[in-house]
Design a protein around this ligand. Sequence first.
Ligand SMILES: C[S@@+](CC[C@H](N)C(=O)[O-])C[C@H]1O[C@@H](n2cnc3c(N)ncnc32)[C@H](O)[C@@H]1O
Length: 249
Amino acid sequence: MLSDDLGDKLGIWKPELTTTKAEESTLETTKAAGKPTADDKNATKQRKMRDRSELVPYTFAGRSLRIREIQVSMEEEVGYKVWHAGEAFCEYLDGGNLDLVDKTILELGAGTGIVGIVASLMGADVTLTDLREVLWNLEENVRRNTEGCRHTPKVQELTWGKGLDRFSDKSYDFIIGTDIIYFEELHRDLIFTIKQLSRPHTRVLLCHYPRWPSRDKRFLELLQKDFDIVNQCKFLTARLFEAKRISKR
Ligand SMILES: C[S@@+](CC[C@H](N)C(=O)[O-])C[C@H]1O[C@@H](n2cnc3c(N)ncnc32)[C@H](O)[C@@H]1O
């Protein structure tokens, strides 16, 4: 679900934050029992998030999907809603632009998981990754929407630039990411991650909504130190780039 004013700043919903009676009583109980643990705090946070979430319907790959999206404030994580480029890329996949059957795909910054879910439904062997905080919702969305897929999708924590050894024995046909290049302070970590986890045959597909052209340009300049941009196009309101690692002669 995308609001028209999404292009403004990050376009993140700014809901009224309220605490329900049930949450208040949970907090009280935890306090009475002593200091809340990190797990208690996470559970409370997730409960609050569920309260301001909805299962948003989408139709892709001939299936009716239900994606849990959560209203978030600026201070919270951005991985709880489907972004413009994510939706555009699903349309792109749905249009049959790529043959995904039995292809291995690593998705970076998967958020709600909609792109990886659609790729799974189209026959790919997908690993969806994101920051630890958003994995609970990502996992639930994947489970809810991928029954009967040819390959069971995997969900794993991957913070760009960190712990990449866990993935380095794999060979991916595609590395994909939608709306993940606008964090300029993370450009280096993101490109390092793509570089470490790609092989010469890997097709790197990055799709973004052009909010900040100069920032996007700087990302592409940095990427081109190690990758060739082999294709680029506009798709709906998004821009799509395909890059391949420059092979050392
Ligand atoms: C704007 S959202 C895009 C989500 C999804 N790809 C889409 O198009 O709907 C950016 C995603 O990148 C993830 N992210 C941000 N910083 C990250 C980091 N350092 N490492 C891994 N993922 C990160 C966020 O959690 C979020 O899911």
